[in-house]
Design a protein around this ligand. Structure first.
Ligand code: ACO
Length: 334
């Protein structure tokens, strides 16, 4: 049987216009530009206007990705949205985007995998295409984390930003496209990164609001240790599954949470700085949107060429991790 290969045929992204700098944050919590840059690498982040929800910024990223893939919305068979900041508990953000873009024949659903969500989404899309169920899948990572960040809590509010990125998956030339996938979860350690209230465990009440339980709670040190450990393991496992050596890798597109985490992964992978896509300094941690936004910027800057070996690697709430190797299948002049 002929091997079906699945690759990325279009990429797009959108970040809100409003920029919030470290200096701006130092006026609302006890922090400083120097502390934030030294401990995280973040200089500024984008924040969505009050009247914008996750589906609004995701719709813009989706339209950009469709244009890039030269497809019409009605060509799309499936929309997968990775997000932890959905517009509502239901309906799904994917269904709202389906309506917004007019993808009339598409099935649509959300997945909740924290910052690993976009890579999980790509793997689901790839499997739907490989199984012959669908031909064209739109995968989106989109977040408005500004809505669930506690702006009185300096340990977390300096870290996050809003944004959206999207990719179109389609069949591609044999030998190109997604080469390997590594997904993992450790639910036993999930309490280190959690939004405690608003679900069935702690429904919204005066008490949950007064105790600020609808905001992100994070044990930064534990998440940091976990991240450094799994970024290396997930990366080397994905490379091994694809029969790639470290020297075969052209670009690393890591989840953008903390420059020290990215540097540690790069050191273990023996990668020079110019082979790592970094945009954390401009946008902070956009959770599931970090990787597709970084990938879109690298593609639009003509950094990634046909035949390049790319490694995506992420970690996030759950706890979860995900990595994927891709032999880039698009020509840069498309
Ligand atoms: N400004 C100034 N001081 C601060 C700030 C701040 N913004 N935040 C914390 N501090 C203080 C702390 O209170 C602490 O003070 P203390 O010693 O008097 O108690 C001191 O700085 C050191 O704090 P640490 O927590 O030890 O700082 P650390 O070097 O670990 O950096 C950080 C904290 C940046 C949060 C780091 O642990 C980290 O990046 N962790 C991973 C976070 C992450 O990746 N999250 C992903 C979320 S993914 C998702 O799914 C949403």
């Amino acid at each position: 049987m002929k091997n079906i290969c699945v690759g990325i045929s279009g990429v797009g992204s959108y970040v809100p216009e409003k920029i919030v700098t470290n200096h701006d944050l130092s006026k609302i919590v006890e922090t400083s530009n120097e502390w934030i840059i030294e401990r995280t690498g973040i200089h500024e982040r984008r924040i969505a206007d009050d009247d914008m929800a996750t589906s609004d910024i995701a719709t813009k990223a989706a339209i950009n990705a469709l244009e890039d893939a030269r497809l019409r919305p009605e060509d799309i068979d499936l929309i997968i949205v990775a997000t932890v900041t959905a517009d509502h508990a239901f309906p799904s953000t994917a269904c709202i985007i389906q309506k917004n873009i007019g993808a009339v024949k598409a099935a649509a659903f959300d997945i909740s995998v924290g910052c690993s969500g976009f890579v999980y989404g790509l793997s689901i899309g790839e499997n739907f295409i490989k199984s012959g169920t669908y031909d064209k899948v739109l995968v989106i990572g989109a977040e408005t984390l500004s809505r669930v960040v506690d702006w009185q809590e300096r340990n977390t509010c300096v870290l996050f930003g809003d944004g959206a990125g999207a990719c179109v998956l389609e069949k591609c030339e044999e030998g190109f496209g997604i080469l390997s996938i590594e997904l993992g979860s450790d639910g036993s350690n999930g309490e280190v990164l959690v939004q405690p209230a608003g679900g069935s465990r702690l429904p919204a009440s005066m008490d949950t609001v007064e105790n600020r339980l609808h905001f992100i709670k994070m044990d930064g040190k534990e998440v940091f240790k976990f991240a450094v450990r799994v970024m290396e393991r997930a990366s080397t496992n994905a490379l091994e599954k694809a029969n790639l050596q470290l020297g075969d890798l052209d670009f690393l597109v890591p989840h953008q949470a903390n420059m020290r985490i990215i540097d540690a992964a790069a050191k273990k992978l023996k990668l020079e700085k110019d082979r790592i896509c970094v945009n954390l300094n401009k946008y902070g941690n956009m959770s599931s949107a970090s990787i597709p936004v970084a990938l879109d910027e690298a593609v639009k800057d003509n950094k990634i060429n046909k035949g390049d070996n790319i490694l995506l690697v992420a970690f996030g709430a759950g706890l979860t991790w995900a990595s994927m190797t891709i032999k880039w299948s698009r020509r840069e002049d498309r």
